[in-house]
Design a protein around this ligand. Structure first.
Ligand code: ITT
Length: 202
């Protein structure tokens, strides 16, 4: 079966891609950086999610000689002019946890009233071939930032992100199969399916 390298060191993302691929039934065998003996430190110097996804996908495709999917994603908060955005993983500095990051976000929004806390998760997916060809797709999920963390599922900022149309539930309160139908990552992946088929399976 055709292999596809999922170029991420984030275990939450990995789990979601395994489920997304299984749901789509694509005849692709997923592999991961650790499984391929790869430990790259790609500098995410891009200004956009798309630029950073391309940087990661190309670096791993070249190092592994495998078709590679990378994802750059994050949270844009309107009251913070789109922050943390592409800096979502680094928002609270080096060596910090998911909880440190969402606590810093809640603190930054402490004065912001309900109704002004709109936000969205965004995800850019890049699929690169070892020769350098690359295609991208994007997905978004709209919502707002709550006042305290709720829920046990997911990862990252999920406990503080209240999903539009979910009856007031945070992303971390949605069962994984529901997150994987409506999330930014699910939507970006859906948008990339036809590209994956053309690039890898035709
Ligand atoms: P890789 O670069 O190795 O894939 P990363 O975690 O550093 O892992 P990003 O640079 O794309 O990935 O940063 C994305 C950050 O945005 C991630 O660390 C979370 O804090 C947040 N994020 C992205 N998708 C999320 C999701 O589905 N739920 C909650 N937080 C998310």
């Amino acid at each position: 079966m055709q292999k596809l390298l999922i170029a991420t060191n984030n275990p939450g993302k990995l789990r979601e891609y395994e489920e997304l691929l299984a749901a789509e039934g694509l005849p692709l065998e997923l592999t991961f950086p650790a499984q391929e003996g790869l430990d790259l430190d790609v500098i995410e110097s891009g200004k956009t999610f798309e630029e950073n996804a391309i940087l990661k996908a190309r670096a791993y495709a070249q190092a592994s000689s495998l078709p590679t999917l990378a994802d750059d994603s994050g949270l844009e908060v309107d009251a913070l002019d789109g922050e943390p955005g592409v800096r979502s993983a680094r928002y609270a500095g080096p060596g910090t946890s998911d909880a440190d990051r969402y606590r810093k976000l809640l603190a930054a929004l402490v004065q912001v009233p309900p109704g002004a806390r709109s936000a969205r998760f965004r995800c850019a997916v890049a699929v690169a071939l070892p020769g350098g060809q690359v295609e991208t797709a994007e997905g978004r999920c709209e919502g707002h930032i709550g006042y305290e963390p709720r829920g046990e599922h997911g990862f990252g900022y999920d406990p503080v992100f209240v999903v539009d149309g979910s009856g007031g539930r945070t992303m971390a309160e949605l069962p994984p199969e529901v997150k994987n139908r409506i999330s930014h990552r699910a939507r970006a992946f859906q948008a990339a399916v036809s590209t994956l088929k053309t690039m890898l399976l035709d």
